[in-house]
Write a protein that binds this ligand. Structure first.
Ligand code: HEC
Length: 110
């Protein structure tokens, strides 16, 4: 199991939980790596604090995305990831279909 390489996220005072502590499946932890590489600099996963973008804590636990008010479902979220929104860049040309699927299953754990 490879954990650790991406473990240094800047200016997070709380200790970062390992994938095992979070109980992530292999696909969810693959998604976490994608998240750390592409999303974390703008979105907090485990606190409600905003960064450049809104916190993604509990994204799929609500019916609607807090900022845009769009339905919090896989289709809408994949669209945002692929095409971006206002100041958020799109990742449709950057991430593979597999990476987007992994990312999505990870977002469901938040
Ligand atoms: C450069 C900063 C930046 C990066 C990197 C980024 N985002 Fe965003 N994201 C934003 C901003 C800013 C918004 C708010 C857009 C708006 O005004 O509607 C946003 C909005 C969102 C929303 C909708 C939130 C809502 O409440 O409507 C989701 C979901 C989201 N981003 C997911 C992601 C994911 C997943 C990644 C990684 C692939 C990512 N973002 C990467 C800046 C970023």
């Amino acid at each position: 199991m490879v954990i650790g390489l991406l473990a240094l996220s800047a200016c997070t005072p709380e200790r970062r939980k390992s994938d095992a502590e979070l109980g992530l499946t292999p696909q969810q932890s693959a998604g976490r790596k994608v998240y750390d590489a592409y999303c974390d600099r703008c979105h907090e996963p485990y606190t409600s604090r905003g960064k450049q973008g809104p916190s993604l804590e509990g994204t799929f636990k609500r019916s609607f995305l807090p900022l845009s008010g769009l339905p919090a479902n896989d289709d809408r979220v994949v669209e945002i990831i692929k095409f971006g929104r206002s100041k958020m860049p799109g990742y449709g040309q950057v991430l593979s279909q597999q990476q987007i699927e992994d990312l999505l299953v990870y977002l469901h754990t938040l």
